[in-house]
Design a protein around this ligand. Structure first.
Ligand code: NAD
Length: 356
């Protein structure tokens, strides 16, 4: 399996190095023959090539079996004419990675204050309130006068249908419970359509329990009783915000794995940003990117019917859980290890199994 690795900005290079160490250990144990091909992205690429994303990267990624994208400093990239492209948007849009799958769970040894839970947020990824991806040309944010801005939100039947079915399929593999999160009381047409389509899609999955919650009330419900949720489907921005909350409820934003999936391609990407406040200090939690990459291996295994990739993904998740249970973690979840040492601990737990 060939994976294009783009380390990103801020804490990106540190968590990428920790994650590639884990991938190498997994490759050795499960004979995955992983080939990691690293290229610059974000500020490093802007400095070297005059653009945050070199155009030839897209073909490289299309030819590879998967992409691992570190967090990038998207807030810094404002002017595409000066090469400042948002890498995350670029790959999601050009590879049509319509589903953003973001699991969140608690771990033994780190019981959450809210009790144990295990849920997944499935977020639409290609339209909604993301002005930089919902237009064929131009941008969905318009400056009408210096004091008036209009931000456009695009919702389409086809995008609602495909995200609804992706969420239903995932729920059928889990506890068969789908929660639709929306704001159809205010966004009556757009979220109304999203809600109707999700309910309709769910009817073709026998035994699937479906409910729906308004997004504002959802913030209270998920904090009050996260264990009552299994798979949650939401439009782009609501899913983005909700999944940061569920990651933090699981212990840290640094624990939130995230896979962007389309019909042909997938991109592992930590749920969090480039965290400039802690960059270069060897304190960032590498687990989010490690778990994202495990999701990528599992996706590849399922797609290519190669069970050992799915086994490797499960082993990485187990090794992360063991490291957390043993307290071998970064400080955001109560440990004393640095980023590199926590990555090494997970890699060592994977290696140890070879000798068992
Ligand atoms: P952030 O997610 O980078 O950080 C939010 C908070 O969480 C910070 O306190 C940070 O220290 C902490 N945090 C994040 N990741 C962590 C980790 N792995 N371990 C421990 N703590 C962690 O959000 P921000 O500060 O608002 O954004 C910083 C930059 O990242 C901005 O330029 C933003 O546009 C960008 N961003 C990029 C992505 C992406 O590439 N997918 C996503 C979100 C934000």
């Amino acid at each position: 399996m060939q994976i294009v690795v783009l380390p990103g900005d801020g804490i990106g290079p540190e968590i990428t190095a920790a994650t590639t160490g884990v991938l190498r250990a997994a490759s050795e144990r499960f004979q995955l023959n992983l080939r990691l091909e690293e290229h610059a992205i974000g500020h490093a690429s802007l400095k070297q090539f005059g653009t945050t994303v070199r155009p030839d990267l897209l073909d490289m990624v299309r030819a590879a079996d998967g992409l691992m994208l570190g967090p990038t400093a998207t807030f810094d990239f404002k002017d595409e004419a000066r090469g400042e492209i948002n890498p995350s948007r670029y790959f999601r849009k050009n590879l049509d990675l319509f589903a953003n799958v973001r699991p969140a769970r608690t771990y033994a040894g780190r019981p959450g204050q809210l009790g144990d839970f295990d849920l997944v947020v499935v977020r639409e990824n290609t339209e909604g309130f993301y002005a930089d991806r919902n237009m064929e040309e131009g941008n969905g944010e318009l400056l009408v006068t210096p004091d008036v801005v209009i931000s456009l939100r695009r919702i389409t039947r086809s995008c609602c249908e495909r995200i609804a079915h992706a969420a239903c399929r995932l729920a059928m593999k889990r506890r068969k419970h789908l929660t639709i999160v929306h704001k159809a009381n205010v966004l009556k047409i757009g979220d109304g359509m999203f809600l109707d389509i999700c309910r309709e899609a769910a009817k073709s999955y026998p035994g699937l329990a479906v409910d729906d919650v308004l997004v504002d009330a959802m913030m209270a419900h998920v904090v009050r009783n996260p264990a009552s949720f299994d798979v949650i489907v939401a439009t782009n921005m609501f899913g983005d915000i909700l999944s940061d909350l569920t990651a933090e409820l699981s212990g840290s934003l640094g624990l939130g794995g995230s896979l962007n999936v389309g019909d042909r391609h997938a991109m592992a990407q930590a749920a969090h940003g480039s965290a400039p406040d802690i960059a270069g200090q060897d304190v960032a939690n590498p687990v989010s990117l490690i778990l994202s990459t495990a999701l990528l291996l599992a996706w590849h295994g399922e797609k290519s019917r190669a069970v050992r990739y799915e086994e490797a993904a499960r082993a990485i998740e187990d090794a992360v859980a063991t490291a957390i249970a043993q307290g071998r973690t970064t400080r955001d979840i109560g440990g004393i290890l640095g980023t590199a040492a926590m990555g090494a601990a997970v890699a060592e737990l994977l290696h140890r199994k070879i000798q068992d």
